[in-house]
Design a protein around this ligand. Structure first.
Ligand code: URP
Ligand code: ZN
Ligand code: ZN
Length: 461
């Protein structure tokens, strides 16, 4: 058989094993994995000697061109997915907010209109449930049938009109058991947080951006995680805590899992690597504002432990990029900072540098956290998330020796700063291959706008 692409001599990593070998691709799929394939049998050969060959990353939590906090996130579906490609990520999952008049499907279709012509990598959407009515179960069935089997609910953001109340959350969890879908929850306690916000707003000049930290102590997340877990335990539902940021959250998830509650959790690089003293800088502190906010060293350590022990299954990024000009909208009021950080492009290099190189996780565990588990949990597996005969040829060739310094000026994201500016990383994607097509070569994007596809996902039974 004449292959479209042959990747020769790399060290291949899946979540289960690693070995030196070759991967052959035809018609967008992996058709052979072995050793010493003849280069003459292929249209294109990539020499991967000394490189790691891994399944393309899957970032299950991004917000591109999201209208939020009085502005729109600065990475649109083009620049955001271009950044994903440059970071070795071949699939992203964004969110589609329920159209409160026309339903979940209308929200999904509206989002697809924006995304389809622009995406450079494959993508899907989670449906965001805002309002629960007697018709919502039908909307959920329609979404599942459409290929969207995951549903996000926010316990905060009343002002944005996105908040779901406890009754809605309880109802969704109840249904998730019989319909086998998963409920993703942003867990923070709105009422108490608002109380604290009002308290610290009175001293907003004094506290500056650090008011964002003071008004969201760890118990704000922990109480909401506990509440969501309680509803999951009593309903027998299926829960997924997004962007978990606290040690307490990790303890609660671990304890619930041990009790047999069906709860999974993700965290993000900002909660593993950054500390809340960044907010103390009077000039740049506000740039780091995201929800939940960045916590402390002890939280970083506990979350790493969660990745090692297994109670945390996924590392995503919660990419929601805002430029310095957008962040400046805060004008000294810590409640008015556009919340969110860039991140999809640096996910794999950061996790490699601070996880694998520091012996916290193995390379196979990295693959599991950023590709295989996301694919399994979100209903993309085995077409995505692994390297096997018959799977989509979504492949990242990672150079473990390449040393770089993170500099927003050299990244593809549409951001004029980086939370990791000046950080040294070891290892960076050299090639990114989407369904057998090279979209990043020698670190440079060479794909095209609109080449990414909307992927219909399955229920994870
Ligand atoms: O601050 C953040 N994370 N912005 C995006 C919305 C969310 O809460 O995930
Ligand atoms: Zn959130
Ligand atoms: Zn988010």
């Amino acid at each position: 058989m004449k292959y479209d692409l042959l990747i020769k001599g790399g060290k291949i990593f899946t979540a289960e094993e690693s070995f030196k070998g070759d991967i052959a691709v035809k018609n967008e799929k992996i058709v052979a994995i072995g050793k010493n394939f003849s280069p003459g049998d292929s249209k294109r050969v990539i020499n991967a000697q000394g490189k790691y060959v891994i399944p393309g990353g899957i970032d299950v939590h991004v917000h591109f061109e999201l209208p939020f906090c009085g502005t729109v996130s600065a990475d649109d579906f083009y620049t955001g997915t271009k950044a994903a490609a440059c970071g070795g990520v071949t699939t992203v999952i964004d969110f589609a907010t329920q159209d409160t008049k026309r339903g979940l499907l209308a929200g999904i279709e509206a989002r697809r209109k924006l995304a389809d012509p622009k995406v450079c990598v494959d993508y899907s959407l989670h449906a965001v449930i805002i309002r629960w009515t007697e018709h919502t179960p039908v909307e959920i069935c329609e979404a599942i049938h459409y290929g969207v089997p995951t549903f996000k609910m926010f316990m905060i953001y009343e002002e944005e009109g996105w908040q779901s109340d406890d009754a809605a959350l309880f109802s969704a969890l109840e249904l998730s058991d019989s319909f086998n879908f998963r409920v993703m929850v942003h867990a923070e306690s709105e009422r108490v947080m608002k109380l604290l916000i009002n308290h610290y707003l009175k001293q907003k000049k004094k506290v500056g951006a650090y008011g964002h930290v003071l008004s969201r102590p760890n118990f704000i997340e922990a109480e909401a995680v506990q509440r969501a877990i309680t509803w999951t335990a009593v309903t027998g539902g299926r829960l997924y805590i997004v962007h978990m940021s606290t040690a307490e959250g990790a303890d609660l998830v671990k304890a619930a899992q041990a009790e047999g509650v069906n709860v999974l959790a993700e965290t993000c690089p900002q909660y593993l690597l950054l500390q809340d003293d960044v907010f103390k800088d009077r000039k740049t502190g506000h740039l780091y504002a995201t929800c939940p906010q960045i916590k402390k060293k002890e939280d970083n350590m506990r979350l790493w432990l969660g990745l090692m022990d297994g109670e945390i299954s996924v590392v995503s990024t919660d990419t929601c990029t805002f430029t310095k000009k957008q962040k400046a909208l805060w004008k000294g009021d810590f409640t008015k900072i556009p919340y969110g950080l860039p991140g999809v492009e640096t996910l794999i290099p950061l996790l490699y540098t601070y996880g694998v190189c520091k012996n916290r996780i193995s390379m196979s565990r990295l693959v599991e956290l950023v590709s295989t588990n996301p694919a399994k949990i979100m209903g993309l597996y085995p077409e995505k998330g692994t390297l096997m005969i018959g799977t989509d040829a979504d492949i990242t060739i990672f150079d473990p020796k390449k040393e770089t310094t993170i500099d927003y000026k050299r990244l593809a994201t549409n951001c004029d700063w980086s939370p990791y500016q000046g950080w040294k990383v070891k290892g960076f994607p050299e090639y990114t291959i989407l369904r057998g097509n090279v979209i990043v070569e020698n670190g440079e994007f060479c794909g095209s706008k609109g080449f990414g596809k909307f992927i219909q996902r399955k229920l994870n039974l």
